[in-house]
Design a protein. Structure first.
Length: 294
């Protein structure tokens, strides 16, 4: 067993994700201590060799590295508060979803109590924990990340340090996650359109995949335009999307509720009215920026 494999780890929170984290450490041979508000959830893990504690302070005192994976930052703060003294000098990593402000508050609390803190996120589902292409990213002091990067790599092959600010993982979660629901809604309404003609959603999967691959290949180009604030370079203009508003009638005629398109159409109309029509579609970000400062 290597030095890394002997690092004891405490997992706080045994929901679907916390349980998968604990299983990964048990599989990798780490002494693993677990704590959960509802203690019964620890039973299967103790049968596999984990040590369960019902006292949170005793749980964190068992390991130099404590990984909390509760529903959100409020739940983490609430659960860890009685263990502040025991956590002093140890490293706390959070892997829950939540806001950047939630991460900053927890980081301030950790700092106040002499706790080394990394705010992290795992970008996959519980069944993917421990897989080579599973991505985790972290914000916080580089030296703390470097000390535990190998231990954290047990949870996924891609372990990234985003920077020194402890709220960066939560910030990137919000930024990257923003695409999820609009992309899924688009897929669902496309499936509804096919269904209205008696066609299966599965028939569009190969073409939808090609479409997403095209979007994937465009992202670096679009990001370059946004970063340079230069919207003069690409072929797809705001006008092209503005003129396509009418083609949405296809959905309305098939009886599909596409009310969620209206704010998007409004954004396009404003962009044209503000003189961005001939510029790249990325110019929409300027209209969004104005909305946020209006
Ligand atoms: N599951 C996923 O696919 C996935 C993927 C990536 C990220 N995540 C993130 O990982 C975090 C955990 O997800 P999960 O799927 O494991 O959730 P889950 O199955 O719903 O488990 C939630 C956990 O939080 C605990 N908890 C909630 N409120 C609490 C409170 N007030 N005090 C103490 N403990 C509390 C629960 O304890 P009890 O057992 O006592 O209720 C349980 O351990 C979430 O932030 C989620 O967004 C999940």
């Amino acid at each position: 067993m290597t030095e890394i494999a002997r690092t004891p780890v405490t997992i706080v929170g045994l929901g679907s994700m916390g349980t998968a984290l604990a299983e990964a450490y048990l599989n990798a041979g780490h002494p693993t201590t677990v704590w959960n508000r509802t203690p019964e959830k620890a039973r299967a893990l103790t049968e596999r060799g984990a040590t369960a504690r019902t006292d949170i302070a005793a749980a964190v005192a068992a390991s130099p590295l404590v990984i909390a994976c509760l529903s959100n930052f409020d739940a983490s703060a609430l659960s860890l508060a009685p263990a502040a003294e025991a956590l002093a000098g140890r490293t706390l990593v959070t892997l829950n979803s939540g806001t950047a402000s939630g991460a900053r508050e927890l980081a301030a609390w950790a700092d106040e109590h002499g706790i080394r803190y990394l705010g992290g996120a795992i970008k996959n589902v519980p069944s993917a924990v421990g897989k080579p292409d599973t991505l985790l990213y972290f914000g916080g002091e580089r030296a703390v990340f470097d000390e535990y990067a190998a231990v954290l790599r047990v949870l996924g092959g891609e372990v990234v340090h985003l920077g020194a600010e402890p709220d960066l993982a939560a910030l990137y979660e919000a930024a990257v996650g923003a695409t999820l629901l609009p992309a899924l809604l688009g897929f669902f309404e496309g499936a509804a359109l096919l269904d209205a003609r008696g066609l299966k959603a599965a028939t569009m999967v190969p073409y939808a995949v090609k479409w997403f691959q095209m979007i994937e290949s465009l992202l670096p180009v679009l990001a370059g335009e946004i970063d340079d604030r230069d919207y003069t370079r690409l072929g797809s203009s705001v006008n092209v999307f503005h003129e396509a508003i009418d083609s949405d009638r296809e959905f309305a005629e098939a009886g599909i509720d596409i009310a969620w398109h209206e704010p998007i159409h409004e954004l396009l109309r404003r962009a044209v009215a503000e003189g961005y029509g001939a510029q790249s579609i990325t110019a929409l970000i300027e209209v969004m920026r104005k909305q946020s400062t209006d």
